[in-house]
Design a protein around this ligand. Structure first.
Ligand SMILES: [Zn+2]
Length: 347
């Protein structure tokens, strides 16, 4: 199967069925777990360490996912223990069952310090209703009034709903580490922008790359600004990380990412991951001749109007691109009477 863009190829056109695995390289299994969202799956991998497995990412914590893991453990993983879980970044579809593997099976958790701290903080921060800071943040984005009123009155998305409790104790992975997984030595390079301190693993011994959500084919990783850090500039972080990671990219590499299909042709994909954002920033610059709120920027950014389930992701992504133009001095920001920021080109 071939992508519209020349050079990107997918060696497998069908993902593994629920509870099954596809062997993508010697001792490397690709598996999938369902997600109850528009992006309806996450890829996870198991690498054979001889007398045990290392699992890369884990899926959401749910009864269903735990049951699928039990099926995988006794099926494709053949009852051999999972001694280590490596988590690429702190998002719940990746870290959701890390604590379960630690508590139930005695596995050790390896991840970045930022991923661990962020996930554990969010797992403990359960809210029945959105906090005032979050509501103020929504106002600053110019959120649609009906959506605002609905969100203000209902239980927000909580990490604790889909992430198992995380016990104390993890092993830190950091930039420039070289670690052994599945009989290969891997260089660790940090991604950024989609999630802070997002680990990627580049095999020294063959052509494999475990890329998490930093490098995905066919869909763009969400780059968002949240109430946690409203002035953040994750677009700058993304561009820096992608430009740096692109220097390690080779056409023969098989990219094993967190979503969609394994692929080759990563040098071209890195170019696209960078250029897509430059394109979006250019469209936004043109559009901001007149003052606009973040919520009014969907059309130039995404080339379509967005509502329903994608509204929240679109809003945080719009703010990310506005913050970037603001931080590099190309647009100004003023506050409207209702608390919404209005953004406008400065020249
Ligand atoms: Zn993900």
């Amino acid at each position: 199967m071939k992508d519209g863009a020349a050079g990107i190829r997918y060696p497998w056109d069908t993902p593994p069925a629920e509870g099954e695995a596809i062997s993508v390289a010697d001792g490397v299994l690709w598996m999938r777990l369902p997600l109850p969202m528009a992006l309806d799956h996450v890829n996870v991998y198991a690498l054979d360490d001889g007398d045990s497995w290392t699992v890369i990412d884990t899926g959401f914590d749910s009864k269903k996912t735990r049951a699928i893991w039990q099926k995988l453990l006794h099926g494709p993983l053949a009852g051999k223990p999972v001694a280590r879980v490596i988590v690429t970044h702190h998002h719940p579809d990746h870290i959701g069952l890390a604590g379960w593997f630690q508590t139930e099976f005695g596995a050790s958790l390896w991840t970045t310090r930022t991923a661990w701290l962020f996930a554990r903080m969010l797992q403990l921060d359960e809210q029945a209703l959105p906090r005032q800071e979050t509501l103020d943040f929504y106002k600053s984005c110019g959120m649609d009034e009906d959506i605002f009123n609905q969100r203000a009155s209902e239980r927000p998305f909580n990490f604790a709903d889909v992430v198992a409790p995380m016990p104390l104790g993890f092993k830190r992975i950091k930039q420039d580490d070289v670690i052994e997984i599945g009989g290969r030595m891997w260089d660790v390079h940090m991604g950024n922008g989609h999630a802070p301190e997002h680990a990627t693993f580049w095999s020294r011994d063959d052509n494999l790359v475990l890329s998490g959500d930093q490098i995905l084919p066919s869909i763009s990783s969400n780059i968002g600004v949240y109430a946690t850090e409203p002035e953040a500039d994750p677009v700058a972080d993304w561009l820096e990380a992608c430009e740096r990671l692109a220097t390690y990219a080779r056409d023969d590499q098989l990219i094993l990412g967190g979503h969609k299909l394994p692929f080759t042709g990563v040098p071209l994909r890195m170019k696209q991951l960078i250029e897509n954002h430059h394109g979006a920033l250019n469209r936004l610059r043109d559009y901001l001749e007149h003052p606009q709120t973040a919520a009014e920027c969907f059309l130039p950014l995404f080339k379509r109007q967005i509502d329903g389930g994608a509204y929240g992701l679109a809003l945080v992504e719009a703010l990310a691109h506005l913050n970037h133009l603001y931080h590099i001095g190309e647009i100004s920001r003023t506050t409207r009477e209702d608390g919404a920021y209005l953004w406008q080109r400065t020249n």
